[in-house]
Design a protein around this ligand. Sequence first.
Ligand code: NAD
Length: 250
Amino acid sequence: MKTIVITGAASGMGLCATKKFLSQNWNVVMADFDSKNGQVKADSLSKEFTNSKVVFKQTDVSDAESVQNLAAFSHKIFDKIDAIINNAGIFVSGALHEIPENSWDKIMNVDVKSIYLMTKSFVPDMIKNKSGVIINTASVSGLLGDYNMAAYSAAKGAVTNLVKSMALDYGKYGIRVNNVAPGPTNTPMFQKNPQETIDKFIAASPINKIVEPEDIAATMYFLVSDDARSITGQNIPVTAGFGIYISQPQ
Ligand code: NAD
């Protein structure tokens, strides 16, 4: 039985990915800053999915010691970690000059540095095992600019390019690395937008929808599975067609 560590697993895409992997009989280590929600979700999922094991570990992905503790915890319970999903992320709004310095530092730490810390803690064992799969959650905001998204675009732009270097450096050890780049997706993070903004995003999709977190989870599962054995170093947009046009859909 295979084991995956998923960050940001207490909510949204990370929670959906947890359910997807459990439904396919993977063991899951759920990591999240939100210990209350995370533990409640893990307890309920362990009753629902009895063929595999799901555990929760409170983790701040931007803190080196906390990520090291997550790795020690995961390796103590499971012999081998087959895959990790670096999914935890935050959003900071504003034009560049309006963003407080501590918010800039925070988004860089949570959305970008976290991948460095997770890599330092989990990849050495994958190198020893000569196998592993890494997925990072990037964003369409790493590919396109948008109003009041300077810090988020910069952070996700870094993740968009990082995947290539990771795939190059770790390919020789049998480790594949890919990004999923969601468009506007119906999670608690996105639901904070006013309805007017949500309607604008729906109208900007040629198929008139926003992405559901289950769609992201399905893509993550595919990219981790052996069906994707020839895919590495890619940034896979899952956007409901958002941003593919010059003229807006009519
Ligand atoms: P969400 O807010 O529903 O879930 C994010 C989870 O990350 C939360 O449970 C939160 O507690 C956790 N988290 C935040 N900071 C953390 C930290 N320091 N350490 C550990 N956990 C932490 O959001 P979501 O929409 O599911 O977002 C998942 C990923 O998708 C993020 O990286 C986000 O940037 C990205 N994304 C979201 C959208 C969207 O429209 N929802 C679009 C593109 C990309």
